[in-house]
Design a protein around this ligand. Structure first.
Ligand SMILES: Nc1ncnc2c1ncn2[C@@H]1O[C@H](COP(=O)(O)OP(=O)(O)OP(=O)(O)O)[C@@H](O)[C@H]1O
Ligand SMILES: [Mg+2]
Length: 339
């Protein structure tokens, strides 16, 4: 478990002080992936550098299993640092060393004996599915394979937290898929806490358990991915599963956005509105996406024949979440839920 508490980071420059992180609170439980998303300049890499102890926070705490890393120095800090494995956008492998030698580097630096090291390296390469590339050189690998070697190297010292800063940026879809599949299994099999910093919403949707939206050095929104997507009012949910919808057709009273998890609702819910309750429904837009915890859906409906209040109550009873803030007569004119 990693906990970040009230983390601040500023830089003093010739132009004055720049406050980059303004009080970040974030905790990532064991065996779960938290994605940190946000626009360019929001402070994502600065946060990553503070967590991996490349940079010293101005104030605040980083606790790993309750231990405050900021309070340590020297040998104790170096030892605790091993709890954090890092992977970067360019896996930064040494081109003159073989794949196996690259993975062995952190072990060599620790003075692990030769035959143990060989065993461990083989295990790690097997873990990332690249045992047969042990003697290849980084230049002979694909981008996705290089990234997986980087992951094997990051795992060498048995970290409890894996920090990934844009590790899939610039990879083709197939390589991205492989790297994400690997992170997914590391989360489940090794119980790692993973922080995934990325600007790619596809990546987030496929593997994240939780999502934190960073904006101007603060966490603007944070929650379980399926809850953010299922909250029609969530800005992060809207970015994760964008909904393009048409104008309300004539004859319908209002439009509303409804979010749901497919495995938890009756698949016939839209037709039941008409058959059982005499409510006419027009489908104005929709998005459905597979997620590792189940399929998520968001739809925008035009409605006729029920008050917003009655409709919201009915949907709620069926396990569907409708956002009162999304009720509108058209794209501009909002409707009160209890009107
Ligand atoms: N060493 C530094 N000195 C001064 N300002 C810095 C320094 N490092 C980062 N910054 C500033 O901090 C802000 C956040 O930078 P950061 O690299 O953390 O953003 P980011 O969210 O990772 O962006 P991107 O998505 O483009 O990678 C930027 O305005 C940047 O100019
Ligand atoms: Mg960055």
């Amino acid at each position: 478990m990693i906990e970040i508490k009230d983390l601040h980071k500023h830089y003093d420059t010739a132009q004055g002080r720049i406050e980059v992180l303004k009080g970040i609170d974030l905790s990532v439980p064991e065996g779960s992936i938290t994605a940190v998303v946000g626009p360019s300049g929001a402070g994502k890499s600065t946060l990553s550098h503070c967590i991996s102890l490349l940079e010293k926070p101005s104030s605040g705490q980083i606790l790993i299993d309750g231990k405050d890393l900021g309070a340590l120095s020297g040998r104790a800090l170096r030892a605790e640092r091993r709890a954090i494995g890092t992977i970067f956008q360019n896996s930064a492998l040494l081109s003159r060393l073989s794949v196996a030698e690259n993975v062995a580097l952190p072990l060599r630096n620790l003075g692990v004996v030769h035959h143990e090291m060989q065993q461990r390296v083989a295990q790690l390469l097997d873990r990332v599915g690249l045992l047969e590339k042990a003697d290849a050189y980084p230049g002979q690998l694909s981008g996705g394979q290089r990234q997986r070697v980087g992951i094997a190297r990051a795992l060498a010292l048995r970290p409890r937290l894996l920090l990934s800063d844009e590790a899939t940026s610039g990879l083709d879809p197939e390589s991205t898929h492989q790297v994400l599949g690997l992170l997914d299994s590391l989360r489940s099999d090794l119980g790692l806490s993973i922080i995934l910093i990325t600007h790619e919403m596809d990546v987030v949707r496929h593997v994240a358990d939780e999502v934190a939206q960073l904006a101007s050095g603060r966490i603007a929104e944070h929650g379980a991915l399926h809850e953010l997507v299922a909250s029609p009012g969530s800005a992060t949910g809207e970015k994760l599963l964008p909904l393009r919808s048409e104008e309300l057709p004539a004859g319908f009273d209002y439009a509303v956005t409804v979010a749901y998890r497919k495995d938890r609702v009756d698949p016939g819910w839209i037709s039941r509105l008409g058959i059982e309750h005499g409510i006419a429904v027009a489908l104005l837009g929709g998005a459905v996406e597979a997620h590792h915890e189940g399929t998520l859906g968001r739809v925008r409906l035009g409605v006729q024949g029920a008050t917003p209040q009655d409709l919201l109550r009915l949907l709620d009873g069926w396990g569907l979440q409708a956002d009162p803030g999304s009720l509108a007569r058209n794209n501009h004119e909002l409707v009160e839920a209890n009107a």
